[in-house]
Design a protein around this ligand. Structure first.
Ligand SMILES: *Cc1c(COP(=O)(O)O)cnc(C)c1O
Length: 413
């Protein structure tokens, strides 16, 4: 394809989609320039329409822990069988059992079509279970774009400097209280200021939408304790961390058991998916076994379930060990002036500041222009990074030692 042809695609997209994209984080607004027109991926690599190969650290923004194309066969096989059938199918049962085996707190689960839907529905369950209206979230925490969760919502909005979305009513926004990540005192203060009114505390157990910010020692256990004491549910949004930072997600890695868990991304193997689950008596509030209505025409789609099942099946202990080893090599080798690396497993951010941030305010005090320069030098060298200082790089099973070496070579300029 010629340069003119690729310009033509961009122009057509610009006329068709707001900002030329179907999700704002895909735009290169924060780093400048135009995204490459990518048409194919395999393992750690993606190719543009001119046949140029890049190393990919976007990983579809989280789902592709196995790399591109790893479950293509399972998808093709399932697609050939037709469906969905309008009844519960074996693929849903198999994937749910695999999830519960790895994440025992998820006693019952409901599949939906996006992480947004899953987080929104988990809040509905929490409000129904407690009879309370308020929720506590963290500044810079992203839980999808449901109205009540679009307050101080991290990367996408932060990149575009939209602190809170237009179109969210005051009355809805007022029911969302915002605490500071890694600051238990800020949580306790909100719970005390609103006694008996907070339905749930929702948190990314490893913050990954303000760049990667690990929980400080005792933070998650402290949230568990504060929530229980206040009669509020603790919801872990493991849409990114689930099945990535450990086979059983962040709740396994840090040994803290939430009441409800929000899932997505990896469990769909690159196809649209979400799920929420938790204690049986909470999930039994969901229709048709209980009064919380939540439904989805395409929920538990057999092709998506097959992609998720194939993904979890390939995520063996060996696969995790290899991903961890290569991620650690990437962390150790990335030495960039004025920047530091924050990493939890295969999630990594190169922050253009002296020290790893502990919360969103500190993350925002990064040299975003320095990041933009680095981003473009990497792109020129054939490495695609997420186009924002406030996103994680996603390492996959396809990133073998030669890929990591090539990345480090590119970073040395
Ligand atoms: C991506 C993400 C979501 C939203 O998932 P979608 O499938 O994009 O709706 C929710 N929570 C976290 C932590 C995420 O990273």
């Amino acid at each position: 394809m010629t340069v003119a042809a690729s310009l033509d695609w961009r122009e057509r997209a610009a006329g068709l989609f707001p900002g030329g994209v179907n999700s704002p984080v895909r735009a290169y607004q924060a780093v400048g320039g135009e995204p490459p027109l990518l048409v194919r991926g395999n393992g750690a690599f993606v190719w543009d329409e001119a046949g140029r190969r890049y190393i990919d650290y976007v990983g579809a923004f989280g789902p592709l822990l196995l790399g591109h194309g790893a479950v293509a066969e399972a998808i093709a096989t399932a697609a050939a069988l037709g469906g969905p059938f309008g009844v519960t199918s074996p693929g849903e049962v198999r994937l749910a059992e695999m999830i519960r085996m790895r994440m025992p707190s998820v006693e019952r689960v409901r599949f939906v079509n996006s992480g947004t839907e899953a987080a929104m529905s988990a809040l509905r369950v929490a409000r129904a279970a407690t009879g309370r209206d308020l929720i506590v979230k963290f500044e810079g925490g992203y839980h999808g774009h449901a109205d009540s969760l679009l307050v101080a919502a991290g990367s996408g909005a932060a990149t575009l400097s939209i602190p809170d979305s237009a179109g969210v009513t005051q009355s809805v926004a007022a029911q969302t209280l915002v605490a500071t990540y890694n600051d238990l005192v800020s949580v306790e203060a909100l719970l005390q200021a609103h006694p008996g009114q907070v339905a749930a505390v929702i948190v990314e157990p490893v913050a990954a939408n303000m760049g990667v910010v690990a929980p400080l020692s005792g933070f998650l256990a402290g949230l568990r304790e504060l929530s229980t004491r206040a009669g509020a549910l603790l919801i872990f949004d493991e849409v990114i961390t689930g099945f990535r930072v450990a086979p059983g997600g962040a709740q396994e890695l840090y040994g803290v058991r939430p009441d409800l868990t929000v899932l997505g991304k990896i469990i769909g193997g690159g196809l649209p998916v979400g799920a929420y689950g938790g204690r049986a008596e909470l999930m039994d509030l969901v229709a048709p076994s209980g009064p919380v209505y939540q439904a989805g025409t395409l929920s538990g789609h057999p092709v998506v379930m097959a992609a998720g099942e194939a993904t979890l099946t390939q995520l063996t202990p060996d696969a995790y060990a290899k991903i961890e080893k290569e991620s650690a090599r990437l962390e150790a080798g990335l030495q960039v002036d004025g920047a530091c690396v924050a990493r939890v497993g295969s999630l990594l951010t190169l922050f253009f500041r002296e020290q790893q941030p502990r919360n969103f305010r500190e993350a925002k005090a990064s040299d975003t222009r320095g990041f933009a320069r680095f981003f473009h030098s990497m792109l020129d060298a054939g490495v695609v990074l997420p186009p924002s200082q406030f996103e994680a790089w996603f390492v996959s099973a396809g990133h073998d030692s030669s890929v990591i070496d090539a990345t480090l070579e590119a970073a040395r300029g």
